[in-house]
Write a protein that binds this ligand. Structure first.
Ligand code: ADP
Length: 260
């Protein structure tokens, strides 16, 4: 918390890549987004804007609609009504173009276990269409992120659980996405891997990457997010800086909202 909010960084080039943070532009916008599963309304007219270059934490109890929001953003699910845009692309219509600029870290480990660490990254650098001249550097950078340079030739089924998790994350970042979606990234992680992931998110943020992250943990949002949006029954019921929201929802309600 404190004074270090993203607003203070307006217009400053923190990316080192010549890309300016432009908080006036939204990386994600949703208007009146509705998603039903039969009679069940998973998203009930969701309105959400995530400014470019910021980290937004999506909090809320099980069933609030956090994962559904993520799935609509990746084009894995289709909205029944409303508008959704990511990085200037309409979803689901332009999902392919949007996905190419997005990094997604799945909850489930779907690494190819018969391939080596490096081969997994190479496959994804092709899938994400990293231009050939940039591929080598992209893979080295991902190996660095995963802290697996010395394991590049190790098959995934010979890695520890921790290493696999780090590879899964680095794989989603191999194409230097402008927008990263993290669906409960630290669920089930031991404290050390959680710390590693937190510092990685810090790095991405200083590079100007936009991050939408769902989490059960208020401490995680407090530590990482510029802003927090609290979801309940398919809508945002509250939004603000983490410290302000904690104050607002202090007491019994906090326990209800944030309990895993
Ligand atoms: P969260 O991620 O916040 O826990 P979800 O987006 O997973 O919430 O779920 C929102 C609501 O939609 C829940 O009531 C859930 O049971 C329902 N839901 C999600 N996915 C499906 C599905 N594929 N089929 C039926 N219902 C679903």
């Amino acid at each position: 918390g404190g004074d270090g909010d993203a607003g203070a960084d307006c217009g400053q080039d923190l990316t080192g890549r010549g890309r300016r943070l432009r908080p006036m532009t939204d990386a994600i916008t949703a208007h009146g987004l509705v998603k039903r599963y039969g009679d069940l309304v998973a998203l009930d007219g969701l309105d959400l804007a995530v400014p470019e270059g910021t980290v937004l934490g999506l909090l809320g109890p099980n069933g609030a609609g956090k994962s559904t929001t993520m799935r609509l953003l990746t084009g894995q699910a289709i909205p029944d009504a409303g508008e959704l845009r990511a990085l200037g692309h309409d979803l689901p219509g332009d999902a392919k173009a949007a996905r190419a600029k997005m990094g997604v870290v799945p909850q489930l480990d779907n690494l190819d276990t018969t391939l080596t660490v490096e081969q997994n990254l190479i496959v994804f650098s092709h899938l994400y269409r990293v231009p050939r001249p940039e591929r080598r550097e992209a893979i080295e950078r991902a190996l660095e992120i995963a802290n697996l340079r010395d394991r590049r030739h190790t098959r995934v089924d010979e890695l520890s659980g921790r290493m696999r998790r780090r590879l899964l994350i680095a794989r989603g970042l191999v194409h230097r996405p402008r927008l990263v979606l993290l669906d409960e990234p630290t669920v089930g992680l031991d404290p050390q891997v959680r710390q590693e992931l937190w510092s990685l998110i810090d790095t991405l943020r200083t590079e100007g990457t936009t991050i939408l992250m769902s989490t059960h943990y208020i401490e995680e949002a407090e530590r990482l997010a510029d802003e927090v949006a609290v979801m309940h029954q398919g809508r945002i019921i509250s939004r603000g800086r983490p410290a302000d929201l904690i104050a607002e929802h202090a007491g019994r309600q906090t326990a209800e909202i944030y309990a895993p």
